[in-house]
Design a protein around this ligand. Structure first.
Ligand code: HEM
Length: 518
């Protein structure tokens, strides 16, 4: 016979786990939780959500349950998935005060990204950093960075002309160089430049340490406090190994700007602008307590510049890789883009930002690149600060993570005809032969957390796309029988999604391209 006490304790223990990790609707008002696919006891949906591209499964579940809001449970933590622009606008935008917090990201902090706006919970640091970013990167305040964007875009095409087979590395180089220039005013040399080396190390740890917010350390934060010799998880070991590089990426260029400023030779940059503003405001703010809370410190500017790198480098690179992929798949679109550029600008000079309004089709190409394969398909999670309801469903506070499924929104068949097809004309007005469909919404997130770098990012991406369309022909390679090899794209899973390496042939569109670039 089984001993009674251990059996009883076992029952109690599992009963407690069941109770603690089970989802509950709002008992008081009898509102149910949003529709939810079947889950396991205690662990919830951990086993049923695929590790690869979960956004596709969320779309499927949304259709099966005929809903634009889903409820998932991971070890008792609620996740609310929003599959439509309507749901995201209602909750994350209009009711943004409730749904703009962030869950904790202990694993990013372990890697060295401490003072980072993207990972701040609501509070004074969030407000200070958000204000700093919003002011620094309005459309008007992005204008001083245009020269750097134009120059770096031309450099990337120049590098592609020299070694076209390395086009992917050259795009990586662009992502890094343009951000280092904007954040610190640093013009880097070629691949072996020490700043580029540091930036590569920082990028490596972000893309190889697991899915942001969903790693073991994020789920079990106590793991962070294990001593170094007990870093049993490979990802934790990797994070600790790369920590000094991430910190150096923050500290070395920051110190270089300060030195350059003290000698009066610093180039235009975000850090320079912020340090100058700090010096101006210093005296007034000493007297005022409210102002002191809002006062920026060196540590704030240092963290914010690192944030520009982590938030802007990989996203811009992934978007440009998606552009090359779409152009390889659709030579006819590429040709139309080039024809527009040729008719407006000719072949004697390269596009500049002043041409943008006169190139509506090129703009549509960029919008379609943002839409078809969104590079941040599940956004960055928000957190609910209060209980709420949507379409009669209960959204529990505190432990609920809100995930805006940008992929579902940008592929919504109710909004876009044949959403899987790459068709830039869909945005043109009907009277101009287009379909008058709305520009994409969701690729830059929502509400109070919407990407503050979106104007800067759009400008960088537009400039590279326009320069590449004006100068390069992007085509499919041929197989041994002379037939086109059409890419069969697959994509990485992570906060930023990249296309897996694919073959594409890039060559100058006409004879004097190299001269134009020089
Ligand atoms: C094509 C390039 C980019 C894409 C697709 C992109 C997309 C996003 C998305 C989806 C979010 C999450 C928004 C939310 O939580 O609702 C975000 C946040 C953020 N992005 Fe971007 N981004 C890009 C480039 C940039 C650049 C160049 C910067 C640098 C200035 C930047 C700075 C940030 C920051 C600081 C946040 C966090 C905002 C917060 O938590 O309040 N991003 N971005």
């Amino acid at each position: 016979m089984l001993p009674l006490l251990p059996v009883l304790l076992g029952f109690l223990f599992f009963g407690f786990l069941w109770w603690a990790f089970s989802p509950r609707g709002n008992k008081k008002n009898r509102e149910p939780l949003p529709p939810s696919p079947p889950a396991d006891p205690i662990i919830g949906h951990v086993r049923v959500v695929p590790a690869e591209r979960p956004e596709l499964t969320y779309v499927k579940w949304g259709k099966e349950h005929n809903t634009d809001i889903l409820y998932l449970n991971f070890f008792g933590k609620s996740t609310i998935v929003l599959n439509s622009v309507q749901a995201a606008m209602e909750l994350l935008d209009r009711r943004g005060a409730k749904y703009s917090d962030r869950p904790d990201f202990p694993f990013m902090k372990e890697q060295g990204w401490q003072r980072n706006l993207a990972f701040f919970s609501s509070g004074p640091s969030f407000r200070r950093h958000r204000k700093m970013f919003q002011n620094a990167f309005t459309t008007a305040n992005c204008v001083p960075y245009r020269e750097a964007q134009e120059m770096e875009a031309r450099k990337v095409v120049g590098r592609i002309l020299k070694t076209p087979q390395d086009w992917q590395s050259h795009l990586i180089m662009f992502g890094t160089t343009v951000i280092l220039r904007i954040a610190y005013g640093i013009t880097v040399g070629e691949n072996d430049d020490p700043y580029v080396e540091l930036a590569k190390k920082a990028s490596f740890i972000i893309s190889n340490a697991g899915q942001t917010g969903a790693t073991m350390v994020d789920n079990f934060p106590f793991l962070r406090y294990l001593p170094k010799w007990l870093s049993i998880l490979p990802s934790l070991k990797l994070a600790r190994e790369y920590y000094p590089y991430v910190r150096a990426l923050h500290d070395l260029p920051f110190a270089a700007v300060k030195t350059a400023m003290s000698h009066g030779v610093a180039e235009t940059s975000f850090v320079k602008k912020m340090l100058e503003e700090m010096a101006e405001n210093d005296e007034n703010e000493k007297k005022d307590t409210e102002a002191q809370i809002n006062t920026l410190t060196d540590a704030d500017v240092n963290g914010a510049a690192g944030t520009i790198y982590v938030a802007g480098q990989d996203t811009s690179l992934a978007t440009l890789s998606m552009f090359v992929l779409n152009m390889t798949e659709h030579p006819e679109v590429q040709r139309k883009g080039w024809e527009e550029i040729e008719s407006v600008i000719g072949k004697e000079r390269l596009p500049t930002f002043a041409d943008r309004d006169k190139l509506p089709y090129v703009d549509c190409i960029m919008q379609e690149v943002f839409r078809r394969y969104p590079v941040v398909p599940l956004g960055v999670p928000h957190k609910s600060a209060e209980d709420g309801t949507y379409k009669g469903y209960f959204i529990p506070k505190g432990r609920s993570t809100m995930v805006a499924n940008a992929y579902a929104m940008l592929r919504d068949e109710n909004v876009y005809k044949d959403p899987g097809t790459f068709n830039p004309s869909r945005y043109l007005p009907i009277e101009k032969g287009g379909a008058g469909e709305p520009l994409p919404i969701g690729q830059f997130g929502f509400g109070r957390r919407i990407c503050p770098g979106r104007h800067l990012a759009t400008a960088s991406v537009w400039m590279v796309m326009a320069t590449m369309l004006a100068t390069l022909e992007i085509s499919r390679p041929k197989d041994i029988n002379g037939n086109d090899i059409i890419p069969a794209p697959t994509f990485s899973t992570g906060i930023v999604s990249h296309p897996a390496p694919f073959l594409s042939v890039l060559k100058p569109r006409f004879e004097n391209v190299a001269e134009l670039l020089s």
